[in-house]
Design a protein around this ligand. Sequence first.
Ligand code: GDP
Ligand code: IMO
Ligand code: MG
Length: 424
Amino acid sequence: MNTGKVDVLLGLQWGDEGKGKVVDVLTPRYDVVARFQGGPNAGHTLEFEGQKYVLRSIPSGIFQGGKVNIIGNGVVLAPDLFMGEAKDLEKSGHPLKERLHISKKAHLIMPTHRILDRAYEAAKGKDKVGTTGKGIGPTYTDKISRNGLRVGDILCDFENKYAAHKERHMKMLAALGWTDFEGFEETEKLWMEGIDYMKEFKFVDSEIEVNHLLRENKHILCEGAQGTMLDVDFGSYPFVTSSNTICAGACTGLGIGPNKVGNVYGIMKAYCTRVGSGPFPTELFDETGKTIRDLGHEYGAVTGRERRCGWIDLVQLRYSVMVNGVTELIMMKSDVLDSFDTIKACVAYELPDGSETKDFPYEIDNIKPIYKEFPGWKKDMTKCKSQDEFPQAFRDYVAFLEDYLETRIGIISVGPDREQTIVL
Ligand code: GDP
Ligand code: IMO
Ligand code: MG
C-alpha cells in the first residue's frame, strides 16, 4: 500500500548542531513533528521575533501553529521537568494541551534515576561520561532490563508501581554506598505534581497514530536529539548517550517501518563541538578554539557547560552520513567562521602505525587529524538572504564538503534566528 513517508532530521556530530532551529524552520512543510529518542538531556534552541526558547522534551514543531507534536515511545520523560517546560510555553502564549500527544510506551525518568546517574558517574571517577545528570542512562538501563515505568502506567495502579521501583533503586544506591539525598523529598513532590499535570495531556498509542497518519498521506518530520557520535552503538562508546540517535532510532522510537523513511536530513556545524568527556580528534586547545567558542556562544543549552570546540571532521562526518543514509545535508553556524583568515577541515586520520585512513576507525583517541586548509571568505554573512550573495571562497568550501561527503547541502544557516536560513 502506498503511504506517506516520514522525513528524519538528526545531528551528525556530538549534538547541539542546531536541530531545534531547523525543525522549526521546516515545520510548515509538515503536518506532524515527532521526537523519537532522548529526553531532557537535549536542549534545542529556537529564536524568532526577538524571543529565544530552549526545548528539552517537547518537539520543536510546537511554535508553528496547529501542528500535532508527538513524544514517541523511544523518548524518556521526567514529569517534573516536562511540567516546567510545558507551563513556561503556555505562559508565553503557546498552548500545548491539544497539540501534544504522548506515547503510553515512553519511559518515565524517576527522581531515583537521577540520583543513580550521579552515583554511577561518581563511581567512574576520572573516567566519568560527563552526563547531563538527567537520569538518562539509568532510565534506559531499566527499560532494556525490563524494569521500567512507562507513561501508560500512570493510568493503572501507579502509586504501588512507583513505590516498588523506588525501593529497588534505593537498594541499588545503598549497594553503591550513596548517601546524598539532599532535596529528594521536594523533588519527589514536584515529580508527583508533574505526574498529575501530565494526565491533562493526551496519552496515545503513537505507533498506531503515526501509521494511521501515514496512510492518510500526511507528512511527518522526526526530530532527533543528541548526535550520531553520541549514539550508543556507533558513537564514541562509552562516552555516548544511552539511545540510538541514528536514523534507525526513528523506526524503533516511533514504530515506523524502514520502508516508510523518506528524506534523511543530516545537520552539521561548519566546525565541531562536544560537551562532556570522550575523544574529539579535531579539538582545538588554542586561541582558535577559544575564538570559535566565543563567536559561536558555545555553552550548553541545558547545563551551561563550556562546549569543546574544533575544526570540522570530514572523516567522522562521512561515517555519520553512511550510518544514517543521509540524503541531504544542512550546514549550521558558518557565520561563526566569517572573520577567519583560514579555515581547516580534517580530511584523513593518521593511525598510530603511520598509515592514513578516511574510514572512521574503532579507536579515535590515538589518531592524528590531517587537515586541508581553505582561505576564509571574510564577509559578514549573517544578513545574506540568498545564495547569490555568497562569496566565492565560501562557495568553494561548500562545494568541497559536498564532494567529499557525496551529499548535497540543501540548507545553510547564517545565524540563530528563524529568518537567517538560506534554502539552496
Ligand atoms: P540543538 O541541540 O541541535 O538543537 O542545538 P542547540 O540549540 O543546543 O545549539 C545550537 C546553538 O546555536 C543555539 O544557541 C542556536 O541558537 C545557535 N544557532 C543555530 N543556528 C545558528 C547559526 O547558523 N549561527 C549562529 N551563530 N548560531 C546558530
Ligand atoms: P542535543 O539534543 C550535546 C552528552 C552529554 C554526555 C553524554 C551522555 O541538545 O544535541 P546523558 O545525559 O545523555 O547520559 O549524557 O552525552 N549529551 C549531549 N551533548 N547535546 C545533547 O543534546 C546531548 N545530550 C547528551 O554531555 O557527554
Ligand atoms: Mg542542544
